[in-house]
Design a binder for this molecule. Structure first.
Ligand code: NDP
Ligand code: 2IT
Length: 446
């Protein structure tokens, strides 16, 4: 490791002990940025890298609520306000039993760079809770969301901090959270994104992350005169991002052969077409069932406890969670002919997996670039809320496509190497960094 990076990381690790995912996310950025800062000393003297790695503010709070049996339950809530140099804090809320401070700090840190790449004026934040929505009734989810928002409402606002969804937080949860915010503050504002269309939401927001990930893959393929048409696609997850990545990849002429959840993956060699996808959406979003049921319904193989990366494919779209592709799986993907990876999830590849992708010179689009479409359309939802207008589906989708193209161009601008290979990791990190760093320089030591 570069000794300057090592020295920097030693401070990060000492200051944030046991936050391993946060260390991982900071290291990935530091490896791109520290050499860049050496060539641009104004950022070094202002300690920009030290400052962006320290949250501006962290809230951690108790969330008590009553379950359907009348028993008291206690969860922990968080909001990390990471960086507001270029706009109000912006980023999702995650509800998952694994949620802890380190995971949310990694997500908030990634969000800062991602939001900068979108071209829209949004700072970075993230929050959530260790609450597990699985097996809870709608009423339990509502009471939990109301209790969370009772505290969170003190810290957020349409010009301060604008949360949205992430794992375990979709339209249902945003509805309950919005209702409680409005009740407490007596204000109908764009304080959350991912709202339903009837009460301030944007068309295409549910689709945006998955669509954007596919648009990004298509842009990467274009650089080699290629396209998704006719390609075999492996997708992990079966939630919001995976569903709409499947929809767009299929629309672009790809054949999606896998989906997964935390129980295992299904392999459908005929492809998950529009009709099967509609069935998956009902299974996951309405009945809240398991992906194994797909195997029974369509008579295909289900691989319990496994991830889909052993399947032969041209394109892999990891759309479930962090560290879901390890070194061995990355090497297997490449060995089996996969040459495009576009990350719908945040930090789904381990550092060793990323190294394997870059070493084999495949087209590797890291999450902070490839999944930025979701937060980009959240930014467009904020614009529409401010204008008190709604744009059409076509208008929002066109803006999304143009934003993904612009992110791709930024990655190429900052990531192209002397032999012509684009290192999208360096491109996304440096491209995201410059705008934030310049804003921080202009705003003084704050
Ligand atoms: P959902 O909750 O809708 O779906 C999550 C999916 O991932 C489910 O299939 C879930 O399976 C699976 N999953 C979650 N945790 C694990 C785990 N620990 N191990 C294995 N599988 C797991 O979330 P989203 O689709 O919204 O989010 C997916 C990823 O995309 C996350 O990394 C998120 O941060 C990222 N992302 C989301 C954006 C958005 O707009 N929603 C924007 C940008 C990135 P199960 O149901 O069994 O838990
Ligand atoms: O990781 C992400 O970018 C999100 N979960 C979406 C954030 C947002 O504010 O829409």
């Amino acid at each position: 490791m570069d000794p300057r990076v090592e020295k920097f990381m030693a401070q990060i690790i000492a200051k944030n002990p046991s936050e391993v995912e946060f260390h991982q996310a900071v290291l990935e950025v530091a490896e791109s940025i520290i050499p860049f800062i050496e060539e641009n000393p104004k950022y070094k003297h202002a300690k920009i890298m030290e400052r962006v790695s320290e949250p501006e503010r962290v809230m951690m709070f108790r969330i008590p609520w009553l379950d359907d049996k009348g028993e008291v339950q206690v969860n922990r809530g968080f909001r990390i306000e990471m960086n507001s140099a270029i706009g109000p804090y912006k980023g999702g809320l995650r509800f998952h039993p694994t949620v802890n401070l380190g995971i949310l700090k990694f997500l908030a840190f990634e969000q800062v760079f991602k939001n900068s790449l979108t071209t829209l004026p949004m700072g970075g934040g993230k929050g959530g809770s260790d609450f597990d929505p699985k097996g809870k009734s709608d009423n339990e989810v509502m009471r939990f969301c109301q209790s969370l928002m009772t505290e969170l409402s003190r810290h957020i606002g349409p010009n301060t901090d604008v949360p949205a969804g992430d794992i375990g937080v979709g339209g249902r949860e945003i509805g309950y959270l919005f209702g409680q915010y409005k009740r407490i503050r007596n204000e109908f504002t764009g304080v959350l994104t991912g709202k339903a269309i009837e009460w301030g939401g944007s068309l295409i927001r549910p689709e945006a992350t998955g669509y954007g990930t596919v648009y990004f893959a298509e842009e990467m393929l274009k650089t080699r005169g290629d396209s998704i048409k006719g390609k075999t696609v492996a997708i992990s997850g079966s939630g919001n991002v995976a569903q709409f990545a499947t929809e767009k990849a299929t629309e672009y002429g790809g054949k999606v052969v896998t989906l997964s959840d935390s129980g295992g993956y299904i392999y459908d060699p005929d492809g998950i077409d529009a009709e099967k996808l509609a069935w998956v959406m009902d299974l996951k979003n309405v009945r809240r069932g398991r992906i194994s049921e797909y195997a029974e319904k369509y008579n295909v193989d289900y691989h319990e406890g496994q991830r889909p990366w052993g399947v032969k494919c041209d394109i892999a779209l990891p759309c479930a969670t962090q560290n879901e592709v390890n070194e061995e799986e990355a090497k297997t993907l490449v060995k089996n002919g996969c040459y495009v990876v576009s990350e719908g999830a945040n930090m789904p590849s381990t550092p060793e997996a990323i190294e394997a992708f870059l070493a084999s010179r495949i087209l590797y689009g890291p999450g902070k670039a490839a999944n930025a479409g979701g937060v980009a359309v959240s930014g467009l939802e904020m614009s529409q809320n401010s204008l008190r207008l709604s744009w059409t589906r076509e208008e929002v989708d066109e803006r999304l496509l143009n934003i993904m193209k612009s992110i791709h161009q930024t990655c190429v601008k900052f990531g192209k190497e002397s032999d012509g290979y684009t290192n999208y990791v360096n491109g996304a990190n440096i491209g995201g960094f410059v705008k934030i760093a310049d804003a921080m320089l202009a705003q003084g030591v704050v």
